[in-house]
Design a protein around this ligand. Structure first.
Ligand SMILES: [Zn+2]
Length: 671
């Protein structure tokens, strides 16, 4: 009860602070280019982007009710964000700022990208503020004061390269390896999130001061200035969002220059692959190099296309996206096959046990596809987002909200590896990245366009927003997605209005039925937005029923690791086997599923926060792993039947250490 009262108090305090900040902002005399309608801005604000097909809705416009994601979001708010804030303090990330302000005697600690962890936390907390609370208002305010206290008069701000390391600042070498602009890019994204939550522009002012006061005078394409290389792409997205907020085209142009690369900074061919920058983005033909860098570069390049319409960018992005889905993405939506360099591999190189699949890379995949969805309105991008979100991203945070995967492999042997989930990493990029994704999630459910409304994702929820014609509209979803395939959508425009509602039918659906006020809509098929263009009246109902039979997926023959194996998927969820769920603790690699047998679908409310498990009778392989022999004669027979029990992949590694596999041996390969 005390907790609730505190929350309520904090909420009213936050609202008052926001209103004050907004008034201050106006009093300071915004230029007309500023889009000061901060409360209407979405995760990426494309309302003025000439080449977007879609416009997002703000996070605050969608309220998630009880269900799959709301449970995760509550944990994020109540556990993940507070514990991560405490860990950032404990590991000296805030003292790095205080040291420079003279209020701490602690030494600089952590890698050169440590500031970005603070910024990402501030971004996550800011997105969370849109939906709730004000719980983090005081912590964010304290971070803003640190920024203001550390920023130099010329705008420079980076706790690693201030003070004794100042001579190393923005040298060619530091630009390649030092993450200065990466840190700034994350500060920009935090600033934009904070502005969109509260109208408070103090962090934005810090960013503009850095770019206008430090970067522009000394760096750029002009011969009189020093060149820039984006050693870890991120600044591109940040600059374009800064442009979207301020209307100042110089920020967009700077992003374009960075995406082109500047040959005055000499890079080796290996650097150009690894960094996925430093050479013209439009010269790229495949995904290669450091996976997170690649996803952020592609996201920034798509943002650039949305603003400029440069066809070369869209052509390149399309080529790269085809490489992603044809040859480089895991069935979980994870990317980055190689541990070495945390990198993409060759096409079809998708190992399971050694898969890297960094949480940040899966998040980057979702961010890129969100932008591609804006560019094309092609539902395949929403399908990839859903695959990554429910599986390769969602696996990154424990059910408790306090333990995180850095890698998200598709097979695991605890005797061969250390713990896969940890509360803290010295490179703690993934935890706050997961936190911001959950915090901003409601912003991914809907879009508008000039003549209607898109429904991309499904959850018990209420949208309270307006059509682009100006007509206010509410949309109520009732569903038990992703556990069940029924979705009821009640559409309530304030008054009857003609517009198109486009509901996404996920590409995985083998069967789908849809009704409009009870009447069957003909011509259903999966992987499409089903459009109903009509005069909508308050209370009109669309219902969708997706077939939820478990499916056994086989991989392209060129994925050597997956041959003779299947991955099981039900709806949006990819499943896996953990040894602790099998009778006798049998390792998944010693199991064989029966491709001809159906899975029983069982809801278990007490398991792993409430999951649906899949069960069938398979076989136990007779050729067991053994300490005695690497090779043995094939017996040709199985060691008898074995019950096979599968759980959703996202929920793995939440109990005692166990062997895990997504791809399971099968007796009858039906491909
Ligand atoms: Zn990461």
């Amino acid at each position: 009860m005390e907790h609730l009262n505190r929350r309520r108090f904090m909420k009213s305090a936050a609202l008052a602070a926001a209103a004050l900040a907004a008034r201050r902002s106006i009093a300071a005399g915004d230029s007309t280019a500023w889009s000061s309608d901060w409360a209407a801005q979405s995760v990426i604000d494309t309302r003025r982007s000439p080449f977007t097909k879609l416009h997002g809705v703000p996070v605050r416009a969608v309220t998630l009710h009880d269900g799959f994601w709301q449970a995760r979001r509550v944990v994020n708010m109540e556990k993940s964000l507070p514990t991560m804030h405490a860990l950032l303090e404990e590991h000296g990330r805030m003292n790095n700022f205080r040291r420079l302000m003279g209020t701490s005697t602690a030494k600089q600690i952590g890698p050169y990208y440590s500031d970005s962890d603070v910024y990402k936390w501030a971004e996550a907390a800011s997105w969370a503020e849109q939906s709730d609370t004000g719980l983090f208002r005081a912590d964010i305010d304290a971070i803003v004061k640190l920024l203001e206290g550390v920023q130099e008069p010329n705008g420079y701000l980076n706790t690693y390269f201030q003070d004794d390391r100042k001579p190393q600042r923005m040298t060619d070498h530091a630009q390649i390896v030092g993450h200065e602009l990466y840190n700034l890019g994350h500060l920009m994204q935090a600033s934009v999130a904070q502005y969109r939550a509260t109208g408070d522009r103090r962090m934005l002012d810090c960013c503009m001061k850095f770019v206008d006061g430090f970067l522009f005078p000394g760096f750029g394409r002009e011969a009189s200035k020093r060149p820039i290389v984006s050693g870890h792409p991120e600044i591109e997205m940040g600059l374009i969002e800064l442009y979207r907020v301020t209307g100042e085209k110089r920020y967009l142009d700077l992003a374009g220059y960075i995406l082109e690369g500047d040959s005055r900074i000499p890079l080796t061919p290996d650097d150009i692959v690894y960094l996925f920058s430093g050479a013209p983005f439009t010269g790229r033909t495949r995904l290669e190099g450091h996976a997170v860098r690649v996803m952020y570069a592609c996201s920034g390049a798509t943002d650039y296309y949305l603003e400029t319409g440069d066809a070369k960018y869209l052509a390149t992005l399309t080529t790269l996206w085809n490489d992603l889905v044809r040859a480089q993405m895991y069935v979980t939506g994870g990317v980055g096959a190689r541990r070495r360099h945390e990198a993409f591999g060759d096409d079809f190189e998708l190992p399971n046990l050694t898969a890297y699949g960094e949480s940040c890379a899966a998040i980057g995949n979702m961010m890129w596809n969100w932008r591609m969805l804006h560019a094309t309105a092609d539902p395949r991008h929403a399908d990839v987002m859903e695959r990554a979100l429910y599986n390769g991203i969602n696996s990154g945070m424990s059910l408790s909200g306090t333990m995180y995967c850095y890698r998200n492999p598709l097979a695991f042997d605890p005797t061969a590896s250390g713990p896969i989930r940890n509360p803290w990493y010295d490179t703690t990029c993934c935890p706050p990245n997961l936190q911001r994704t959950l915090a901003q999630l409601p912003g991914y459910f809907y879009s508008t366009d000039h003549d209607g409304l898109y429904v991309h994702m499904f959850h018990n929820s209420t949208l309270d927003w307006k059509l682009e014609s100006g007509v206010p509209v509410k949309v109520e979803q009732t569903t038990d997605y992703p556990w069940e395939g029924h979705v009821r959508i009640v559409v309530t425009p304030r008054e009857a209005a003609k517009f198109a509602l486009r509901v996404r039918v996920p590409g995985w659906a083998k069967t789908v039925r849809m009704t409009m006020n009870g009447a069957e809509i003909p011509g259903m098929s999966a992987g499409k937005y089903i459009e109903q263009a009509r005069l909508w009246k308050p209370g009109d109902v669309v219902e969708m029923e997706l077939g939820m039979e478990p499916q056994m997926l086989v991989a392209d023959r060129r994925v050597a690791e997956d041959q003779g194996k299947v991955a099981v998927q039900r709806g949006a969820l990819v499943y896996c086997a953990e040894s602790i769920d099998q009778a006798g603790n049998i390792a998944p690699r010693e199991l064989r599923v029966n491709a001809d047998a159906k899975f029983a679908i069982k809801r278990d409310k007490d398991l792993l926060g409430g999951v649906t498990v899949l069960e069938q009778t398979g076989e136990r392989l007779s050729e067991k792993s053994s300490a005695d022999a690497l090779y043995t004669a094939m017996s040709g027979s199985s060691a008898g039947v074995a019950a096979v029990r599968l759980i959703p992949y996202y929920a793995w590694a939440n109990r005692e250490p166990a062997e895990m596999a997504v791809w399971l041996d099968t007796a009858a390969d039906k491909s």
